[in-house]
Design a protein around this ligand. Sequence first.
Ligand code: UD1
Length: 421
Amino acid sequence: MARYEICGGNPLQGSVTISGAKNAAVAILPAALLVKGKCRVENVPDISDVRILLDILADLGADIRYEAPGVVLLDCTNIVSTHPNPELVRKMRASYYLMGALLGRFHKANVALPGGCNFASRPIDQHIKGFAALGADVDENEDYVNLTPGPGGLQGNRISLDVVSVGATVNIMLAAVLLPGQTVIENAAKEPHIVDLANFLNTMGAHISGAGTDTVKIRGVESLQGGTYGIIPDQIEAGTYLAAVAAAGGNVLVRNVIPKHMECITSKLEEMGAKFINYDDAIRVQSDGRLQHTTVKTRPYPGFPTDMQAQICVCMALAEGISRLTESVYETRFFGYCTELASMGADILINGKTAIVTGQKQLKGATVRAHDLRAGAALVIAGLVAEGTTRVENIHFIERGYERLVEKLTALGADIRRIED
Ligand code: UD1
């Protein structure tokens, strides 16, 4: 078991380069299953979720090589299996994209139910509804989803999602790209990684329009061919560094970002007192560490992301006054970190979907446990600010989604070490 040890109190200075987006990578790499030919994917983050996914694809028969750090060559032409290794599938959440990709390519799939961060009940009924609307027979039990062609075969259809779901939108796009006819997804998610997936698939020859709006249209094509594509920067990794500087104080240039994707986060941190300068592909953040209270409600994009809830909660825990943080996507997400923050001196009262956070002058170091990826990132930020030493345990959750976190923070002047027991 490894842990981080952080001696808090250093302001953050210098520059940090953001990696490729985790949530785009975990959709785009399975999408390569739909392509007969070589896909060259750039800006692939070196994080454990990506490593597991590449292992799953290699195990299915994909030819995978690293051309350079962050540049992956994938050729899924010769894959024949539609049954990915269940032990690997259960190690991560986004392995459910194998269902849509295998269904799209082979018209059948037998995929174990995913594992990953369990900060809430995470149903996949909307994914299943989509597969069924495309003509699949769905046999689901508590361990597996088995998809086979229904009596009429598979074809495009109109699907209106009952809830705005990133995962269902992605899975339906993957399943529909190679089907005859047109598929229309209504009430689709609009996250930047939906647009990135559409751009990847269109680069390989798909006909997808409307990604980034609530209506995505997919006109089926007969085949996709290989090509080169670069993954967008990670909005949440960037947001985590912005929140860290806001809380710890300092002056940092955050490179390789799309400033438009960051507005939902920077607007709130600005309200709290941090200052931002936007460049074409970078943002400078400055803070003296003295923050003001605010009100935040998480929402699907372009709202404030639920994946930044825990990080902004740390800023609120240190801000002057009483802040209100309302979670509207995953209601039980507070439980992953609020008790841990309380052990560091934070004052957080959870009332249903809302956390009422009374800012404190200082947090103090403690031994805390990450319960999921973003909760873990928040504990690291708290450790950077706290007086004394913070030990963050269970860091495998954090390493699912943050590339070279210790190296990047150390370069900014933080005192953080990874200790392997
Ligand atoms: C994705 C992100 C995750 C982020 C989340 C919300 C990836 C790999 N993960 O997760 O980091 O926290 O979006 O922005 O991109 N829902 C249903 N039925 C379904 C699917 C979802 O009821 O079939 C509900 C969920 O319980 C949740 C809401 O819809 O309340 C949004 O979930 P969804 O967007 O699907 O999240 P994920 O795709 O799992």
